[in-house]
Ligand binder design. Structure first.
Ligand SMILES: Cc1cc2nc3c(=O)[nH]c(=O)nc-3n(C[C@H](O)[C@H](O)[C@H](O)COP(=O)(O)OP(=O)(O)OC[C@H]3O[C@@H](n4cnc5c(N)ncnc54)[C@H](O)[C@@H]3O)c2cc1C
Length: 373
């Protein structure tokens, strides 16, 4: 029997954890290397699982498929802190809400128009429900750090080695192949390296002269102190997206991705929290506990970067926003592509090679194109 492929996964956020889990399940010999268990963007996420508006059909279908994969995974790992709590949205003008509903209904999304009375039944805690909204019962949320930790623990149970608190300093490149990594504890060699380092991906790719065009916009999220149940599901109101975590905290952003906190994050957090209080019955009693500013690993065109690199073998990239929604499907498809060597047709639109039209200046020197934040 051939010995299993040796695979290094860089990153222990929701994406690295998922890829390591699916790889270890497929019998590969996995070593995960990361500075921070649970990730960097992952702990600062709103963590809404959705295939909501604003995306082309091929990206909608990827997201929708990943929602189904979360459900499947939940059966295999019943302790996943995942709730299919549904999402209520009215953060667009009514004609745009209708266009969104018609389009997504046609694509197979479980979306329903709801009136004020139904909204009040779905979310009795809302202070001033709107006359009209859309409800998607199949949307959900997850506690992303706990989910990543659970995947990592189970990957370890299946034989994966976890090296955390270890800095990866660069990729080891020999000619047209990535053969391993250089770390704070010395070099490590492998058959494949998976780069799932979130915002750290661009710098590590640049160490092997590979340009990954990435932006890292900041996103502010406020967290209340835990309270009794006030919300049943996700609420996407104009300029305010909120949900209640399993620990009972109301968390909110100006948008699910958070908004730029500007020069004074504390003042921005206080102003945002005042909107949360106004939106909920009994909101005055809510107390702001803390706020987070996360940096979202976002490829320049907003779509995930998934797959190998044309110019080198032995490297697999997985960097994306909406990583919480997409983690299980990315883990599944990446593990299949790496272990079986087959190209997954549904990932064709998400390859790094789509950026080859970029300016020659950036192509000549990838390090000049690293994100500044
Ligand atoms: C405010 C905000 C709201 C969001 N809301 C949503 C949402 O509602 N729904 C959704 O689907 N997505 C959302 N996202 C996006 C989602 O959270 C991210 O796409 C996802 O968390 C990325 O996970 P990751 O594992 O790729 O990266 P990260 O969580 O950032 O993890 C990166 C990992 O790589 C490691 N690493 C990096 N560089 C190195 C190095 N040199 N050496 C060793 N280790 C290294 C880190 O230590 C860490 O373990 C949101 C993000 C933010 C910030």
């Amino acid at each position: 029997m051939p010995s299993p492929q040796k695979i290094i996964v860089i990153g222990a956020g929701i994406i690295g954890a998922s890829i390591a889990w699916y790889l270890s399940r497929s019998g590969a010999s996995v070593t995960l290397v990361a500075q921070q268990t649970g990730g960097v963007a992952t702990p600062n996420s709103f963590a809404w699982i959705n295939a909501s508006w604003g995306n082309p059909d091929f990206y909608f279908h990827l997201r929708h498929r990943s929602m189904a994969e979360w459900s499947r995974l939940q059966k295999e790992l019943p302790d996943l802190p995942l709730s299919w709590c549904g999402g209520l949205s009215w953060d667009l003008p009514e004609p745009e809400l209708d266009a969104y509903a018609a389009q997504h209904h046609g694509w197979g999304y479980g979306i329903q128009p709801v009136n004020r009375a139904t909204i009040a039944m779905i979310e009795p805690g809302l202070a001033n429900p709107p006359d009209y909204a859309l409800h998607v019962a199949e949307e959900g949320a997850i506690e992303p750090v706990a989910a990543a930790e659970l995947l990592l623990a189970d990957a370890r149970r299946r034989g994966a080695a976890l090296l955390t608190g270890v800095e990866v300093k660069g990729l080891l490149r020999e000619g047209e192949r990535i053969v391993g990594i250089e770390t704070s504890q010395g070099p490590m060699r492998a058959d494949h390296v998976v780069l799932a380092a979130g915002a750290g991906t661009a710098a590590l790719a640049a160490s092997a002269d590979i340009l990954v065009p990435l932006e890292t916009p900041p996103g502010l999220i406020v967290h209340s102190r835990p309270v009794e149940k006030m919300l049943n599901g996700l609420v996407m109101a104009p300029e305010l997206h909120l949900r209640q975590t399993m620990a009972g905290r109301i968390i909110a952003g100006g948008d699910f991705g958070g908004t730029d906190p500007g020069d004074d994050p504390k003042a921005a957090a206080n102003a945002l929290f005042a909107k949360v209080q106004a939106r909920l019955k009994g909101g005055d009693a809510l107390e702001l506990d803390f706020h987070t500013v996360g940096y979202r690993p976002t490829p320049k065109d907003g779509l995930p970067i998934l797959g190998g690199v044309e110019t080198v073998d032995g490297l697999y990239l997985a960097v994306l926003h909406s990583g919480v929604t997409l983690a299980p499907l990315v883990g599944l498809l990446a593990s299949q592509e790496i272990v079986d060597g087959d190209e997954e047709p549904s990932l064709a639109a998400f390859r790094l090679s789509r950026f080859t039209q970029l300016g020659s200046e950036a192509k000549r020197n990838p390090r000049d194109a690293l994100p500044q934040s």
